[in-house]
Design a protein around this ligand. Structure first.
Ligand SMILES: [Zn+2]
Length: 361
């Protein structure tokens, strides 16, 4: 029995690729199926086999739309597999076919195509794009906690784990998460590096969004991620504050998590988040931006997998084979479990419905 259109297990399975090439093909075929034009912005680098990689942009609805829903995938490389499946499914099932004439949907596929091709969270310069949206003409944020744990990302796994565990024992889990994931601007080969200049992906994203949002006054951005939160649950996270956060909570529920608000538990605040970019580009408009974060495994597991990938990339001292590490990374961010995939799809449909409804209230 299928509870929702398009939810047959084999159909769902086909939407979830295991690498960049598969995700790119799925999205391209879905655009063809939906009869919409797709623009490919080629990245200056290539994939592991020398293949071209890039960002795909597709749009439904009129260019003069006053309301627009933007759906992003793959800001963090291996998380593309989850977000791409959502974008592909929405086009393959025709779920967005009945938009009102003043509404558009923009899909930006593989925002970090290099990272997706190499199963790396970060981009070609080891930049975590979600820490790159700072003003590089102003003094850069300082993450003092990161300095204390930086060595963990260079040493063998046993030493690194012990160092992180000791830091957590002394300062608490929130302090560890902030030190590790909050963003740092000092060590280019380190973890959560935010960059020293705007990244290629940031520049392309800004240009694409400015062009397609046009003069729309109501904007909802759903940025699809995976790897944080309870397994199979699609957590809506909002980096905005004040009336924007209130509006987001009206749209998606009062449980929307706001890490920059006091009392967000072990959820860490970050610097240079993409939401800060949208807010500066669309100042004065009604912007509602969420990260839709699908939980996979616990943070300790995903952190360990990411550290293995980082050591492989920067130091070549992997304990396991590169292919095994890349497989671990994809599985850590997009489990093959059919129940997880079903949960992703049903939650994504709910969020898209809420977004469209929110654009019209
Ligand atoms: Zn992410």
């Amino acid at each position: 029995m299928s509870l929702l259109p398009g939810c047959d297990a084999s159909v769902l399975d086909a939407w979830f690729a295991r690498d960049y090439t598969g995700a790119h093909r799925n999205f391209a075929e879905a655009c063809d199926h939906a009869g919409i034009t797709r623009r490919f912005v080629q990245h200056p680098g290539t994939g592991p086999a020398g293949e071209p990689v890039g960002i795909s942009v597709a749009r439904l609805g009129p260019l003069c739309a006053d309301r627009i829903l933007v759906i992003l995938s793959g800001v963090h490389g291996p998380e593309l597999m989850c977000g791409s499946a959502i974008q592909t499914g929405l086009l393959q099932t025709g779920m967005l076919g009945a938009l009102s004439p003043d509404t558009a949907v923009l899909m930006v596929h593989a925002v970090n195509p290099w990272g997706a091709a190499y199963a790396s969270r970060t981009n070609e310069d080891n930049i975590d794009l979600c820490r790159n949206f700072v003003d590089f003409n102003a003094p850069l944020p300082v993450n003092a906690g990161y300095r204390a744990i930086a060595r963990a990302f260079h040493s063998q796994a046993e030493d690194g784990d012990a160092l992180l565990a000791e830091f957590a024992r002394q300062h608490g889990t929130l302090a560890l998460n902030t030190a590790m994931w909050g963003g740092q601007y000092e060590e280019p080969s380190g973890f959560s590096f935010g960059g020293h200049a705007p990244a290629w992906s940031r520049l392309v994203l800004e240009s694409v969004l400015r062009e397609h949002v046009g003069s729309a006054q109501r904007i909802v951005v759903v940025d699809c991620h995976s790897g944080v939160g309870p397994y199979g649950y699609g957590l809506a996270v909002c980096m905005q504050a004040g009336t924007a956060l209130e509006r987001v909570r009206k749209m998606f529920g009062h449980w929307v998590l706001a890490p920059r608000e006091a009392g967000a538990g072990d959820y860490y605040p970050v610097t240079g988040h993409a939401s800060d970019g949208y807010e500066s580009w669309f100042e004065g408009r009604e912007l509602s931006a969420i990260v839709l974060e699908f939980g996979t495994y616990d943070l300790q597991h995903t952190s360990g997998v990411m550290r293995a990938e980082q050591r492989l990339r920067h130091h070549g001292d992997s304990i396991r084979a590169p292919e095994a590490i890349r497989h671990d990374v994809v599985e850590a961010y997009c489990p093959a479990d059919p129940a997880w995939r079903y949960a992703v799809w049903t939650r994504a449909l709910q969020v898209v419905e809420q977004s469209i409804a929110g654009l019209h209230t």
